[in-house]
Design a protein around this ligand. Structure first.
Ligand code: ADP
Ligand code: MG
Length: 339
C-alpha cells in the first residue's frame, strides 16, 4: 500500500515547485494575508511555508495527511461546485509520502498552537506506544508547514534533480505569479540562511505594482489593459476574463512571460497559449514571445475536473468558441494601442 501511495505521491509532487504551489494554495484558501516561503537546496532539503490564515483545528490534525480524508468531494454534485482550490485532499498526503512533514498551527480560538509530525500519511506519535496526538507548541495564529528531505525515500528521483538553483528558480516563478495574482497578500520567498528575500511584496499592493517590482517597471508601465469582459457566445459559458498583455512592439515581449489563471489557479492551456501568441507573430521577431497575464473565471461546472488536479493542463466546455472570444478580446486591446 505504501508503494502505491508513494507512486501516487511522486506523480502529484513532480518537483519542489509543485509542492510549493499546493502549499501556497492551501494558505490562500485559509484566507492568509501573509505568506512566507523559505527554501534550502532548491526545496529538496527544506520547504517551509508560514501563513497567517485561519489555522487548522487540533481535531483535524490526526487525519490531515491521510489521502482523501480531507477531501471536500463527498458526492458527485460537489464536483460541480468547487469554490476553492483544494478539492481532493491529496496534496499534503502526497507530500508526507515523499518527505518529512511538520505542521505547527494555531486558530484564533486556540490558547496555544499544536504541532504534528507526519510520515507516509500518518501522524507520528510523540513516543512509541503513544496515540497520534498533536503536541502543544508556541505559535502565532496561522500555520507553518515544513517539508524536509523531499524524495528521501526515492533515491532515483532525487538524483534526477541535478541543479538546486534550477529548482529554486521554478519555485520563484510560481511564487512570483501567485504574488501578482494575489496582491492583497504580502509575499516573501527566500533561501534559508539569507537575509535578503528574493521576493518581497507588501500587504495591499496591486498586481501592477507587483509586476513592476517582480518583473520590470518598464514592462508594468507599457502593459495594455484587457478590461473585464464577458466572453461570448451569449454568456453560454458564464465566463469572464481580464488581464494585461504586452504591447506587440515592446522590448519585453522578446523575453516573454505567461500567466494564466483559471478560477484563481495557475494552469496551462496549450490551446489558449498558441491562440494568443499567434496574435503577436506578425509583430515579434522569430523566437520572441509576448508577456501575457490573463485571469479567467469559468463556471466550475463547465471545467473538466476529470483532468487530475495537478496535471495543470485544463479543458472546459465549448473550449474553441471560448478561445475565439478570448482572442477577439485580446486583439481589441492590442488594436487600441495601434500596434
Ligand atoms: P485539499 O486542499 O485538496 O483539501 P490538502 O492536502 O491540500 O487537500 O489540504 C488538506 C486540508 O488541510 C485542507 O482542506 C485544509 O482544510 C487543511 N489545510 C492545509 N493547509 C492549510 C493551511 N495552510 N491553513 C489552514 N488549513 C490548511
Ligand atoms: Mg490543497
Amino acid at each position: 500500500k505504501d508503494v502505491i501511495n508513494q507512486i501516487a505521491a511522486a506523480e502529484i509532487i513532480h518537483r519542489p515547485a509543485n509542492a510549493i504551489k499546493e502549499l501556497l494554495e492551501n494558505s490562500l484558501d485559509a484566507g492568509s494575508t501573509s505568506i512566507k516561503i523559505t527554501v534550502k537546496d532548491g526545496g529538496l532539503k527544506l520547504l517551509q511555508i508560514t501563513d497567517n490564515g485561519h489555522g487548522i483545528n487540533k481535531a483535524d490534525l490526526p487525519l490531515l495527511c491521510e489521502r482523501y480524508a480531507t477531501s471536500k468531494l463527498h458526492k458527485f454534485e460537489d464536483l460541480q461546485q468547487l469554490g476553492t482550490y483544494g478539492f481532493r485532499g491529496e496534496a499534503l498526503a502526497s507530500i508526507s509520502y515523499c518527505s518529512h512533514v511538520e505542521v505547527v498551527t494555531k486558530t484564533k480560538n486556540d490558547g496555544c498552537g499544536w504541532k504534528a509530525n507526519y510520515q507516509d500519511g500518518v501522524l507520528i506519535p510523540a513516543k512509541p506506544g503513544a496515540g497520534p496526538e498533536p503536541k502543544p507548541a508556541a505559535a502565532n495564529d496561522g500555520t507553518v508547514i515544513t517539508a524536509e528531505d523531499l524524495f528521501y525515500n526515492m533515491p532515483l528521483r532525487k538524483r534526477a534533480f541535478k541543479s538546486p538553483s534550477d529548482e529554486y528558480n521554478r519555485i520563484l516563478d510560481v511564487v512570483t505569479k501567485y504574488a501578482i495574482h494575489n496582491p492583497h497578500a504580502a509575499w516573501v520567498c527566500k533561501k534559508a540562511g539569507t537575509a535578503l528575500p528574493d521576493i518581497s511584496t507588501t500587504v495591499g499592493s496591486t498586481a501592477k505594482a507587483n509586476i513592476a517590482s517582480l518583473y520590470s517597471p518598464s514592462l508594468a508601465a507599457e502593459l495594455l489593459d484587457v478590461p473585464l469582459t464577458t466572453l461570448q457566445p451569449e454568456n453560454k459559458l458564464g465566463a469572464k476574463c481580464r488581464g494585461w498583455v504586452s504591447n506587440a512592439n515592446s522590448n519585453w515581449a522578446r523575453k516573454g512571460g505567461w500567466l494564466l489563471f483559471i478560477n484563481n489557479r495557475l494552469v496551462e492551456s496549450v490551446k489558449i497559449k498558441k491562440a494568443i501568441e499567434a496574435l503577436y507573430t506578425a509583430y515579434l521577431p522569430k523566437g520572441a514571445s509576448p508577456w501575457v497575464y490573463l485571469s479567467l473565471e469559468i463556471d466550475p461546472a463547465k471545467i473538466d475536473v476529470n483532468v487530475h488536479p495537478t496535471k495543470s493542463e485544463v479543458h472546459f466546455l465549448n473550449e474553441d468558441e471560448m478561445i475565439e472570444s478570448l482572442v477577439d478580446t485580446v486583439q481589441t486591446a492590442l488594436a487600441g494601442a495601434n500596434v
